[in-house]
Design a protein around this ligand. Structure first.
Ligand code: NAD
Length: 411
């Protein structure tokens, strides 16, 4: 049986909502096809003088509610299909949390761990030169995603400003020193923790009694672990791409981070080494995939033991696994709500850049939680009203808002 592509998976998840909303074919086409997609060739000189050629992508999905907005991913498996699906998710996410952006995504198919800093800088600046005409502070605003970080954004800001003049609002997720928002680095992980707490309260799970497994210990996984620990949650398993660790009595995320900084891996102490598959199948109350898409699919869906899955990554549950797990009564907190803290604080950064007036990180996180709470309330209300899953409720709200903007503007 051939596996669905990312886009097929994502569109299959939307189909139920399209049917319920009785959308016309033309409306479905407008909502699923990207507005524009571009692939560029990026040749750079690498250490030793050789030439390497990479492929870079930008997909702009929909701008009915505002400029295109979405992250840049550096990963060897990145391709146009995956970028298309991720761009679409950004449109729904921005609409659900009600910020004035459309959706986009992009990146380079490259393994950034195999490049040194100057090669990464050259690659990023070349990508910016090639994509520059498509970007703009009121047109398309990139941000970090897997394999990119605030340094990457600072290089884009510099390269873009050389050609178009000083424009900090051309990217979000920058270092604070060059116009980044205090709180942006933590935002996605903190937002996932906030969503976890709200849904636990909603379904009657006591946070101080639950056990959590987290797949992915990068930017999102780290700050999520920090916030959950502060809330008194027991984290029993954490993994990275090479495997992870398990301890039924609870893991200390900070010690793991220190092991990682010292040795490059999170192994150490009395924790049991586990594989990534083991992590997903861990006996726990809440499973939080915070790494790649399709982490949970037909190959492992029957082995998932947690009661709740909180989607910190984008699209970590395939269409087929979603149907199966929903059928088993599992609670799935959808990505477009769970990880929306990132784009929300990106929006705050964009606003601050435009005003050249900066807020304290407490103010940023407080405003983020207020907005996320409103979106959470809307999703829970809509799910009850429609007797639907949280995912369908979130998509319904987002699609209605985007469609309404499309019709009002007369696309
Ligand atoms: P990151 O690059 O900082 O970290 C990624 C982590 O995932 C690393 O720990 C890596 O080892 C792990 N990983 C990679 N491949 C894996 C695999 N096959 N199995 C298990 N672990 C694997 O990335 P991040 O910024 O933490 O993003 C993680 C996820 O969250 C991505 O899906 C991203 O799209 C999503 N997301 C990130 C943000 C953000 O603001 N950073 C916002 C919204 C969504």
């Amino acid at each position: 049986m051939s596996k669905n592509t990312c886009c097929e998976n994502h569109n299959a998840l939307l189909e139920r909502v399209f049917k319920k909303l009785k959308l016309k074919d033309s409306e479905k086409q407008l909502l699923t096809e990207p507005f524009r997609e571009v692939r560029v060739q990026i040749p750079i000189r690498v250490e030793g003088g050789g030439l390497k050629v990479f492929s870079g992508y930008r997909v702009q999905h929909n701008q009915a509610r505002g400029p295109f907005k979405g992250g840049l991913r550096y990963h060897p498996s990145l391709n146009l299909d995956e970028t298309r699906a991720l761009a679409q998710i950004m449109t729904w996410k921005a609409a659900l949390i009600d910020i004035p952006f459309g959706g986009a995504k992009g990146g380079i198919s490259v393994d950034p761990t195999k490049m040194n800093k100057s090669e990464l800088e050259a690659l990023t600046k070349k990508f910016t030169q090639k994509m520059g005409p498509l970007l703009g502070k009121n047109t398309d605003i990139p941000a970090p995603d897997m394999g990119t970080n605030s340094q990457t954004m600072a290089w884009i800001f510099e390269e873009y400003s050389k050609r178009f003049g000083y424009t900090p609002s051309i990217v979000t997720g920058k270092p604070i020193e060059v116009g980044g928002a205090a709180g942006r680095t933590e935002a996605t992980g903190y937002g996932v923790a906030f969503a976890t707490r709200q849904f636990c309260e909603e379904v009657g799970l006591n946070l101080e009694e639950v056990s959590v497994a987290i797949q992915g210990f990068g930017n999102v996984g780290y700050y999520l672990a920090e916030r959950l620990t502060a809330m008194g949650v027991k984290i029993v398993a954490i993994s990275e791409d090479y495997g992870g660790v398990f301890n039924p009595d609870g893991l200390d995320y900070m010690t793991l981070w220190e092991y990682k900084e010292k040795t490059g891996k999170i192994y150490g102490g009395r924790n049991k080494k586990i594989s990534n598959d083991d992590l997903l199948e861990t006996e726990c109350d809440i499973l939080i995939p915070a790494a790649m898409e399709n982490a949970i699919d037909a190959h492992n869906m029957k082995k998932i033991k947690s009661k709740m899955i909180v989607e910190a990554a984008n699209m970590p549950v395939s269409f087929c696994a979603n149907e199966y797990l929903e059928g088993k009564g599992k609670i799935i907190v959808p990505d477009i709500l769970a990880n929306a803290g990132g784009i929300l604080v990106s929006y705050f950064e964009w606003v601050q850049n435009k005003q050249q007036f900066y807020w304290e990180s407490e103010e940023t996180i407080e405003r983020m939680e207020k907005k996320l709470h409103k979106a959470f309330k809307n999703v829970v209300f809509r799910a009850k009203q429609d007797s639907s899953s949280y995912r369908d409720a979130a998509f319904t709200i987002a699609i209605e808002r985007v469609l309404s903007a499309i019709h009002l503007r007369g696309f």
